[in-house]
Design a protein around this ligand. Structure first.
Ligand code: F6P
Length: 321
């Protein structure tokens, strides 16, 4: 392997810069050149490529977002778009591509390899933590901290007004952030897409908590739960008449300085991705399971679903007694 390319794709996640840095610096350490692709697959099919050296990735380990920029590309979903991207990678003499992103990005990487034979390695970068084959994804730890900080602030005003706060956290199809935030934020109830709990359950929860003498409540809802936080808030208002406020945290959860755990995970996985290409691995995601580096075929990362931590989910309920 003499030259590899790296890109970030899909929703950005805090720690992606640390992963880019780790890929570039590991490659440099091994005598391999790196080509940076800007704007993800959208930039790849437009030929936005340029050499990246170890000094180009200085002073980015602590920065949120992605310095390579990112996009969700429609064109890449077409064979024509992927053929254009493959042409540029061949023109640049690239022996392998590292894709930092989530399941949509891994689909794009998988088809590029299938159709054009270019070896790809995925690094899990998404705040949702919804990829099978790794205990954690880059950005997840920071997103949980950011959401928790907001929950703590909302708790202050909620407690002062004796109101019920329904707070929606991100997670397109997944409740990982929601379960962590519910436990760490001392929530009364948590709604996640992995569980078919009916929205009407919230009415009983709130009535019981009032009966127990609780003056306010925090309810956490994952974005992917049917109807989201608004549906839960509406059910509380309709079923109890209590004063309720709905807050959707949204994209704030994607920004900010990556916490140490995200930087460390990104650094390890960036190094592992380069080693994987050097070992002749292809079509795999590097991840960590119980602290050890693992390799999972890309298609398995989206074909199997990663369940939320059921113990933690149960714990959230136990502690709201
Ligand atoms: O995949 C990460 C994520 O932040 C999801 O939690 C969310 O549903 C989605 O991206 C939002 O995407 P966009 O930034 O395109 O609105």
């Amino acid at each position: 392997v003499r030259r590899i390319a790296v890109l970030t794709s899909g929703g950005d996640a805090p720690g992606m810069n640390a992963a880019i840095r780790a890929v570039v610096r590991t490659a440099s350490h091994q005598g391999i050149e790196v080509v940076g692709v800007r704007r993800g697959f959208a930039g790849l099919h437009r030929g936005e490529l340029g050499l990246l050296g170890p000094r180009d990735v200085a002073n980015i380990i602590q920065r949120g977002g992605t310095t390579l920029l990112t996009a969700r590309s429609r064109t890449w979903r077409t064979p024509e778009g992927r053929a254009l991207g493959a042409k540029y990678l061949r023109e640049w003499d690239v022996d392998g591509l590292v894709v930092i992103g989530g399941d949509g990005s891994f689909h794009g990487a998988h088809y590029l390899q299938e159709e054009h034979g270019i070896p790809v390695i995925g690094i899990p970068g998404t705040i949702d933590n919804d990829l099978y084959g790794t205990d954690y994804t880059i950005g997840y730890f920071t997103a949980v901290e950011t959401a928790l900080d907001a929950v703590d602030k909302l708790r202050d005003t909620g407690a002062s007004h004796e109101r019920i706060f329904v707070i929606e956290v991100m997670g397109r199809h997944a409740g990982h952030i929601a379960v962590d935030v519910a436990v760490a934020g001392g929530a009364e109830e948590v709604f996640i897409p992995e569980d078919g709990k009916p929205v009407s359950d919230v009415v009983q929860t709130v009535q019981e908590s009032v009966a127990k003498g609780k003056r306010g409540s925090i309810i956490i809802v994952a974005e992917g739960y049917a109807g989201g936080a608004q549906a839960v808030g509406d059910a509380i208002t309709a079923g109890t008449g209590l004063e309720t406020r709905v807050t959707i945290l949204g994209h704030i959860q994607r920004g900010g300085t990556p916490v140490a755990s995200d930087r460390i995970l990104a650094s390890r996985l960036g190094e592992a991705a380069v080693f994987a290409l050097m070992e002749g691995r292809r079509g795999e995601m590097v991840g960590t399971t119980c602290g050890q580096i693992t390799h999972t075929p890309l298609h398995v990362t989206w074909e199997r679903s990663k369940d939320v931590n059921r113990d933690l989910y149960r714990c959230a309920k136990t502690l709201s007694v």
